[in-house]
Design a protein around this ligand. Structure first.
Ligand code: HSE
Length: 419
């Protein structure tokens, strides 16, 4: 048999990559070290562009520049590695890099999530690649698996722990009985948290990651604003007690699923039974649970935050560029055109101090309640869209029930369609 396929892997075809790096924070330094320890990749950092002129750095000052054009206009640099904090400035860098014929590797989840459809078109227009494995769940190789491995499987859902800082906080609060503030400080000191930690604790960061994951899982480009996110900042001692008494823990879960011809997705804390696959995922570890029609459940677990784990994902993208790898967005190309919707019900447990104005009427289906000496909780089903309104009320904490009984609302008949 004669095989004539120019795309066949040929190890002699590896390109030599000259990198221009933007940002030298936690992930930038992680990448620098990981790259130095790796000998199989022909890539070297030519220049690093940073913002602050005052900061002490571990490398010689000749390695750095404060002028982005020293990288963007350098014809020898063929890959821009973008690892800065500012999503708007990052997107400008990405656009210019592509226009100037450079490939891009980035770990900037907010920038990717907010501009994904445009980034998809820019890659086609300039025939260059933008890779961002490090943007979703740190070291877990989920995007390339969704692109390549799950190409032929009918994925029905993707869910998991998509934020390291909040998982670290919840672990410390549960296992070491640390206060929320003390645990958050730990996540900040270890470099897991965003520079604005409300992005972590209010679940914006995992929402950005979910937006990206949805594009690669279901072929739908969403704007992050379309997805509801409920954070962990209002979890109360009453919730912790409820969990302990019922053999549960609490995890911040990002999820998207396909049901009755629509795609649903949201991020919210959930009570998780102690024997569930995600219950034992601790500290800054992340987990992604993919469910497919034939493969059924598969779980990926790995460090979701920190310089070295994220640096290793960035390095893997750089390595992939040496083989001319590009995301093909196959699910988008083959897309079934399924709409995204928030017209579904989920089961929640809502806890609040006595005197708070929450009544059974706030639920589509009220399932029961309990009144203690100074607090109360109620359980029932609410619309996804209502999750936000309820959790925004003063002193109200909202956590998804362990069994969700996801139900879709039939928009014509207004009736419930259970999975
Ligand atoms: N702040 C993020 C987290 C960093 O805690 O998961 C990694 O994306």
């Amino acid at each position: 048999m004669v095989i004539n396929n120019s795309k066949i892997y040929n190890p002699t075809q590896h390109k030599h990559l000259k990198l221009g790096l933007f940002g030298f924070g936690c992930v930038g330094q992680g990448l620098y070290h990981v790259l130095n320890e790796t000998h199989g990749i022909k890539a070297e950092i030519k220049k690093i562009c940073v913002k602050s002129k005052e900061k002490q750095r571990i490398l010689d000052s000749a390695q750095f520049t404060f002028d982005k054009n020293e990288i963007l206009l350098d014809e020898e640099i063929n890959v821009v590695v973008e690892l800065i904090d500012d999503a708007k400035a990052a997107f400008e860098i990405v656009k210019t890099a592509l226009q100037n014929g450079k490939h891009v590797v980035t770990a900037n989840k907010r920038m990717i999530a907010e501009n994904l459809e445009e980034i998809y078109h820019l890659q086609q227009q300039y025939n260059r690649s933008v890779l961002y494995e490090g943007a979703v769940c740190g070291s877990i190789p989920i995007l390339r698996n969704l692109e390549e491995y799950y190409d032929n499987d009918l994925i029905t859902s993707i869910e998991g722990i998509f934020n390291g800082s909040t998982n670290y906080i919840l672990t410390k609060v549960f296992e070491e009985k640390k206060s929320y503030t003390e645990a958050l400080k730990g996540a900040q000191d270890l470099g897991f948290a965003e520079s604005d930690p409300s992005l972590d604790v209010e679940a914006f960061d995992p929402k950005f990651k979910l937006t990206i994951a949805i594009a690669h899982t279901f072929g739908v480009f969403l704007k992050p604003e379309e997805i509801i996110n409920i954070g962990i900042q209002k979890i109360s001692p009453v919730d912790l007690k409820y969990a302990r008494e019922n053999n549960l823990t609490i995890k911040l879960i990002a999820r998207a699923y396909k049901q009755k011809g629509r795609i649903f997705g949201f991020v919210a804390p959930q009570f998780i039974p102690l024997d569930h696959m995600l219950a034992g995922v601790r500290n800054e570890y992340n987990a992604v649970l993919v469910e497919g029609a034939f493969a059924e459940k598969q779980v990926f677990i790995g460090k979701g935050a920190g310089g070295y784990p994220t640096g290793s994902a960035v390095l893997s993208d750089i390595s992939a560029l040496a083989y001319d790898y590009r995301y093909e967005y196959k699910k988008f190309a083959q897309r079934e055109g399924l709409p995204f919707s928030n017209e579904a019900l989920v089961d929640v447990v809502v806890s609040f101090p006595l005197g708070t104005l929450i009544t059974p009427k706030d639920f589509e289906i009220f399932k029961g309640g309990y009144q203690g000496k100074d607090y109360q909780y109620m359980t029932g089903s609410v619309k996804i869209i209502k999750l936000k309104a309820l959790s925004d009320l003063n002193n109200v904490s909202l956590i998804l029930a362990p069994e969700l009984n996801l139900a879709v609302i039939d928009s014509d008949k207004k009736e419930l369609l259970y999975a």
